[in-house]
Design a protein around this ligand. Structure first.
Ligand SMILES: [Zn+2]
Length: 404
């Protein structure tokens, strides 16, 4: 028996030493990934909740279903916590538009609570920076909520607290168009940064301990926020402009300011913000035609919105876009860490809002980012910071500053 044990030991040793260095690297990375408390600070998954063919408790094929997140794939990808965005596209800024935006936001909150409520054995709503740890211990997924586009406030400051009480822990101040709060990075100059109303929103968010999200806002609005905010801020899904030139990405100067503010920039893995890749003219013109047909998206009926979504997905199936890769994503992380420091970088995928690259096409493939980080020499401690440590530190700081 003793001989057998020794022999088995020797054999095991042999098998282990037969592993290629690549296999060892992957093994090491997966261990770190498993150990880390991982959080994705931005997904648009609630947009799927109105689709009849989508059940978040069931595993979907990302290519067949054009979906990037569901609870089984979250588990597979080792993702412990997720921010589900209450996304409101920018519509008209009059009383009717504001009322619609506010009502729609409330509807989306309802849908998140109802989806999580139907899946209490796999997921739980998370509200504080500590919640993720206790929910993770129960083997469940933590679902945080953030609002994408302050337009959801409907121009009413008191709604900041209403939404905080509903569970929102950040507000992305605007989306692709200007709103009453500030200018967008992808629109023309209107307020020259943050508006007077926007300033009151920032003060109120600081008071409550709600994270201010600077993704999507114009450069000047970014600097206005940094100057005014008394708490560290986040960019829930923004990459590096030096690595990929897009107004949606952060310049080095912005990254430095963000680090000085104590905040965190969460790398976005939406391919066109990661790397410019060749496009297909035929597909482009078909996409243009859809944009033209369904413009003023926010004013479309639910059925028309579904129709637009289907048309968009069918083009993507016909002409799969050439995507950036996991290596390209980690090029952003490398640069952002170099400029802002290891304590100020994280990950916000934008899954189900356009996010996904080759090698990390959906949430189940997140460990591939960790593998690449290990390959580039990041330590376990550094990876744990990137995967959530930094973000949770900022959330905690906001909680603490609010209760003072
Ligand atoms: Zn976005």
């Amino acid at each position: 028996m003793k001989h057998l044990i020794v022999l088995t030991g020797v054999l095991l040793l042999l098998i282990t030493s037969c592993k290629t260095s690549e296999e060892k690297l992957v093994e090491k990375a997966l261990k770190i990934h498993e150990k880390a408390t991982t959080i994705d600070s931005h997904t648009d998954t609630p947009m799927l909740f109105t689709r009849e063919d989508f059940d978040v408790s069931v595993r979907h094929d990302p290519y067949e279903s054009s979906t990037k997140v569901d609870f089984p794939r979250m588990k597979e990808g080792g993702l412990d916590g997720i921010f589900m965005a209450v996304f409101i596209g920018q519509g008209s800024r009059d009383s009717l538009g504001h009322a619609r935006a506010n009502a729609k936001a409330n509807q989306i909150f309802d849908s998140i609570y109802s989806v999580v409520g139907r899946n209490t054995e796999i997921a739980e709503i998370a509200l504080t920076s500590d919640d993720i740890y206790s929910i993770e211990k129960e083997g469940k997924r933590a679902v945080y909520m953030g609002i994408e586009n302050g337009y959801a406030l409907g121009g009413d400051l008191s709604n900041v607290e209403v939404f905080y009480k509903r569970g929102a822990r950040y507000i992305t101040l605007c989306h692709t168009k200007n709103n009453d709060i500030c200018d967008s990075s992808t629109d023309s100059l209107e307020h020259n940064g943050v508006s007077p109303f926007g300033k009151t929103v920032i003060t109120e968010m600081n008071r409550l301990g709600m994270l201010i999200d600077v993704s999507h806002i114009s450069d000047k609005a970014f600097y206005d926020v940094i100057e005014q905010s008394t708490a560290p801020v986040i960019a829930s899904h923004s990459s590096s402009r030096v690595i990929c030139d897009s107004p949606r990405n952060l310049t080095d100067e912005m990254l430095k300011k963000l680090a000085k503010n104590g905040g965190v920039a969460q790398v976005c893995i939406l391919s066109s913000y990661v790397k410019k890749t060749p496009t297909n003219p035929q597909a482009d013109s078909m996409r243009m035609a859809i944009r033209e047909k369904y413009k003023n998206y926010e004013n479309l009926s639910d059925d028309q919105q579904k129709e637009a979504g289907q048309a968009w997905r069918s083009i993507n199936k016909l002409f799969p876009p050439v995507l950036a890769t996991v290596q390209d994503v980690v090029d952003h992380i490398d640069h952002m860490v170099e400029i802002a420091g290891i304590d100020h970088v994280g990950i916000g995928t934008d899954f189900d809002g356009g996010g996904g690259v080759d090698g990390c096409f959906d949430v189940s493939e997140l460990p591939n980012i960790t593998i690449e980080l290990v390959r580039r020499g990041y330590s376990e401690e550094e990876i744990i910071k990137i995967w959530g440590g930094n973000f949770l530190r900022v959330l905690k700081a906001n909680e603490t500053l609010a209760s003072k």
